[in-house]
Design a protein around this ligand. Sequence first.
Ligand code: ATP
Length: 442
Amino acid sequence: MTDKNDLMDKIVSLCKRRGFIFPGSEIYGGLAGTWDYGPYGVALKNNVKNLWWKMFVTDRGDMYGMDAAIIMNPKAWVASGHVSGFSDPLVECEKCHHRFRADQLENKDKCQDCGGKLGGERQFNMMFKTFVGATEDASSVSYLRPETAGGMFVNFKNILDSLHPKLPFGMGQIGKAFRNEIAPRDFVFRSREFEQMEVEYFVKPSEWEKSFDAWRQVMLEWCSAIGLEKSHVHELEVPDGERAHYSKRTIDFEFDYSFGKKELYGLAYRTDFDLKSHTALSNADLSYFDEETKERFIPHVIEPSLGVDRTILAVMTDAYREEEMNGEVRTYLAFKPAIAPIKVAVFPLLKNKPELVAKAREVFQMLRKEFSCEFDDNGNIGKRYRRQDEIGTVTTCTIDFETLEDDTVTLRDRDTAKQIRVKISDLKENIKKIIDEENLFS
Ligand code: ATP
């Protein structure tokens, strides 16, 4: 029912109205390319990150978690090639001085905002510069990391020395990254401050293809685990000449956003580029000794790189539903239960009946220890259902007069609005089944 063109407006508006995502520093007129996650946004994001950590790190036997510093010795970004080459082509309008990314313009001569003449193209480095310490000169310049990868490469030796892993093994990290994008746009899709979930997986040079294919499968499984429609995710083999400087093979996982098919994630074969460059500049020995073959070599790297914020927007896009119900339009977010911010909301049928409210509070106290749970007695019940539907609450539990007689409650399914009656003593078990996607409502 929703037109593709206005789907984005509806998502942005729902995110603000219901407390998922707000424009950054809004009371000061905002700051382009920054967004603040509100209570449901942060809950959704945490669920996504926890699921990723489980699937990509803890459920495997070959991964080591990391949380490296955001500000690093600037030499790390010299070695990685970011200081010399992490740039986008910039053009500026000579009349209104608006700036654009040249590779995203249809007309490279005329300004799309005022019609003025566009100046010549120049390279613009996207790293945010800062000064470390009390002096502000060239020797104290550093950068906010433009990707989380660097923090893992500089710790490769620490992991080898402290945990003695055998190849293949990997490091996984979730954290903020910063890019001074020339034209931040499309809500959280292209921001200047965002989060990444990245793996650097170290392999023997001869085994990169096997590992690349295995991670490709993991990424597809991930897309379905977070509820993305299979037909909305597309793999693009990035051709020679268009890949990042470090990559010999890259697959972009693209998603059908409302504004077009755009990169959601990347999977890159980074060869031994990073460890070799860091070895050369730091003089640290970043080689690996294979006990079986008695060979010493620099491992090669496969990198699945996933943006948290692009995930949130993709999940929202695929979860957004509108349908006619009783002559009204019902809007709901059909999140996978595993990532839904709220799993269950508890309501008394009427808020002015103390015995119903007391019983509902009792049930709420029992459930909140196990599930992310909300109590709601605001407005009439229809309004409460609408609110919970809009934030994607998996199920709602209503306490009515029958509850007082026989200790049963109503559970309602978010997606179908169907209801079942269950005993309070079986409530937790039933909710667990619903979260595990067992269909109790058919
Ligand atoms: P694009 O071509 O869209 O600028 P990229 O190829 O530069 O993206 P990578 O360097 O591969 O992106 O970064 C890895 C992942 O980090 C991306 O797949 C995306 O999910 C996320 N990401 C990159 N830039 C941004 C951004 N400005 N805002 C939000 N997420 C981003």
